[in-house]
Write a protein that binds this ligand. Structure first.
Ligand code: GLA
Length: 701
């Protein structure tokens, strides 16, 4: 008989092996050693600029491309808004100019990613076929001249999208210098058309899902407020406050509609493109929520996203969350296909990133799993909505001061890229992020102060300080590789999800659930077992009542001392072996002296329920407790405050990216001597000024 302790050790060994397997040639799932983000025959790290040749006389292209090459840039995304140049009138295609641009780029060793132009349909199209334009919630059709004005549910619009994608692929699907495709751009911010065509598709989608009106009425509990529907045609598109079941299904339909819109173009491209050409999209990081990104990114080769700071400066935790969430979509490296060249034009204050900060940001991207970073944009059009956005080249065609810093970073990418070949981020800790739960809580926040991203960030910040590497993943993937899994507010826990989470715990996993967990099922309906619903029995505790708090409540126990604010849940233990780690102090009478955190061993693992939003000091104490209880180790080792640690692991060993985001110069003692790649020496310490970067390799050849 194996004792739980020994069994746990065995599991850790197996988990470690699985983690390594994730980066080893024997990768069970894909059989791939090289991440799809690293292209055959090209550098493992790429740097580029998004370029719009259609906005410039052809005589200028050579100068631009020469300047890009001199700046060590080796990739460029083009054409994603050039529909009116590629199809100047209906059915008349002109790709000759684009072909010349692709060839000219090739001469300068710049690989091309082609964007399909469907975020900006041309005027002849929307004029002749007004049904291709979106209708807004107030019933008004949008006018031409912005972007994202096409209707994703318009059958006519999709025909045109398919055709332009197909014609592009026929011409460039075998082009040696075209390495891949980006479909559309930012998926039209997920805007929908509130018209009859879209509504009918939603009704069809509901019909396919529920089969009978009775099933729909039951799951949405439409007896409430006389919402009962007798036939599919009666179901509205929800606008504003509506039945939570209907809203969740509408949001799923939004995801479905955009995924189908994407697939329409993927099919058109794949029919003509060589398999080596990747297909991606341009996503917008954590917090851009209207589409369930786990679903829409499934058919893509890898994830690419656009990373902007806007006002202020890079916060490595906020930006790290977005990177880790984007990496978590497919649990694979990604590209930053657009990023801020110093400033943007759309923020409240378009201040510049500091000197050195753009370089630090690029390395921070790589540390979190990016294999490509591209600046948006090379040079701005002389007119148009974004003419005063940051660029690398000014209106006079000369380099702006930032270009030298970008060139230095691109050179560094090229110099050390070999160390990043076949490497990925490997973490022992996962945070669970679920789009559907996020939507559902936001529709019924109960207190305006309940901010899911602040809560996620407080766990992220404290846990990352300890573990130095975090994954952010869907609750529905295999969690076996993680020592610790934290779900800050997993509102929707249907039975099958609960079973999978329990399986993880039974096998030795440490699961921490935050407040509001498990109140709802997959129909966004209340579960009839007290929270955390299907996990309550195993966890040995349940929520007796929840409270939106007017003011913070003191809390203390073996976990530490601090406060709970915004949200509190009066917990009750239901199993003799459940442990109370924290209790509420004096509050509204109901909470006084009641358990606030309950933990119980289950199988070979442990479930802990945290019944409230913890203050920063309590979150830090909880993070200490949970990482210790689960045996989480630091990816690198102790570093001074302000230093961000990132680790990527490959078959040859680990490579670390250390960045100083603090104001003061810091000396970092390395846990063992490593090769400091930018300094080209072996070292046991590095000195980092503000925005200083060290790339440290332990690779064995
Ligand atoms: C987004 C878009 C780009 C451009 C930039 C400006 O990322 O994809 O076309 O508008 O923002 O910051």
């Amino acid at each position: 008989m194996v004792s739980p302790r020994v069994y746990r050790c065995m599991l850790l060994v197996v988990a470690g092996w699985i983690a390594l397997a994730a980066v080893s040639p024997a990768r069970a799932d894909s059989g791939q050693q090289t991440p799809p983000t690293q292209l055959p025959g090209r550098n493992a790290l790429l740097m580029g600029a998004d370029w719009y040749p259609e906005q410039w006389p052809e005589e200028r292209w050579e100068t631009d491309l020469r300047m890009m090459e001199a700046a060590h840039l080796n990739v460029s995304r083009i054409a994603e808004f050039a529909w009116s140049r590629m199809e100047p009138s209906e059915g008349r295609f002109d790709f000759d100019w684009l072909e010349r641009a692709v060839r000219a780029a090739e001469t300068h060793h710049i690989a091309i990613v082609l964007g399909t132009p469907t975020a900006a349909p041309p005027a002849w199209l929307t004029q002749k076929y007004p049904e291709t334009l979106r209708v807004e919630q107030d019933g008004q059709r949008v006018t031409h001249g912005t972007r994202a004005h096409g209707s994703v549910t318009s059958v006519k619009y999709r025909e045109f999208c398919r055709r332009i994608a197909e014609e592009m692929a026929k011409r460039f699907g075998r082009d040696a210098n075209v390495v891949g495709w980006q479909i559309d751009n930012e998926y039209g911010y997920a805007l929908m058309s509130y018209n009859e065509e879209g509504r009918r598709q939603f009704q069809e989608w509901l019909k396919a899902k529920y089969k009978t009106m009775e099933a729909l009425n039951t799951h949405w509990t439409t007896s409430y407020w006389s919402q009962t529907y007798d036939n599919w045609e009666e179901v509205p598109i929800p606008v504003g406050e509506h039945n939570p079941g209907l809203r969740l299904d509408w949001q799923r339909f939004v995801t479905y509609a955009w995924t189908a819109y994407q697939q329409n173009q993927i099919d058109a491209i794949r029919a003509h493109a060589e398999p080596r050409q990747f297909i991606t999209g341009n996503f917008m990081g954590y917090g851009f929520d209207p589409i369930d990104h786990y679903v829409i990114t499934k058919p893509l080769t890898f994830v690419a996203w656009d990373d902007y700071v806007g006002t202020g400066h890079l916060d490595p935790n906020s930006n790290g969350i977005s990177h880790d969430a984007m990496r978590g979509l497919k649990r694979e490296n990604f590209w930053v296909i657009e990023t801020q060249p110093g400033t943007v034009n759309w923020s409240a204050l378009n201040n510049s990133l500091d000197k050195g900060e753009v370089r630090a940001m690029a390395w921070h991207d790589v540390g979190h799993g990016a294999d490509e970073v591209s600046y948006w944009q090379w040079r701005s059009a002389l007119n148009g909505q974004e003419e005063i956005h940051g660029t690398l080249v000014g209106p006079d065609g000369e380099a702006v001061p930032l270009l030298a810093e970008v060139a230095q970073t691109a050179k560094e990418f090229a110099d050390v890229q070999g160390a990043f070949r076949d490497t990925r981020v490997v973490s022992e800790v996962a945070l669970l992020a679920d789009y559907e739960s996020r939507w559902a809580i936001n529709w019924q926040k109960h207190t305006e102060k309940y901010d899911q991203s602040t809560i996620l960030k407080s766990y992220y910040r404290t846990l990352r300080k300890i573990a130095q590497s975090i994954d952010i993943v869907s609750p529905d993937v295999s969690l076996a590789q993680y020592k610790l899994v934290v779900a800050p507010d997993l509102y929707l826990i249907p039975k099958d999800r609960a079973e999978r989470l329990l399986e993880y715990v039974k096998n030795g996993g440490q699961l921490v659930l935050g407040p509001r967990s498990g109140l709802k099922d997959e129909f966004n309906a209340l579960v009839t077992t007290r929270q955390p619903g299907y996990l309550a029995e195993a966890g040995g505790g349940q929520v007796e009542q929840y409270y939106a708090l007017e003011k913070a409540v003191p809390a203390s126990g073996s976990l530490g001392n601090g406060e709970i604010s915004v949200w509190a849940e009066y917990l009750k233990t239901t199993a003799a072996d459940a442990e109370v780690l924290l209790r509420f102090g004096k509050s509204n009478g109901w909470l006084d002296g009641q358990p606030a955190v309950v933990s119980r061993k289950y199988g070979h693992g442990q479930i802990t329920y945290v019944g409230g939003v913890l203050s920063d000091d309590l979150t830090a104490a909880a993070a200490q407790w949970m990482t210790k209880a689960s045996g989480v180790t630091a990816a690198f080792g102790p570093v001074p405050d302000g230093i961000e640690v990132n680790r990527r692991v490959g078959p040859k060993g680990a490579v670390f990216v250390l960045i100083n985001f603090g104001a003061a110069t810091q000396t970092v003692a390395l846990p063992r001597p490593m090769q400091s790649l930018l300094e080209r020496r072996t070292s046991d310490r590095v000195e980092l000024p503000q925005y200083g970067v060290a790339i440290l390799s332990e690779a064995k050849n």
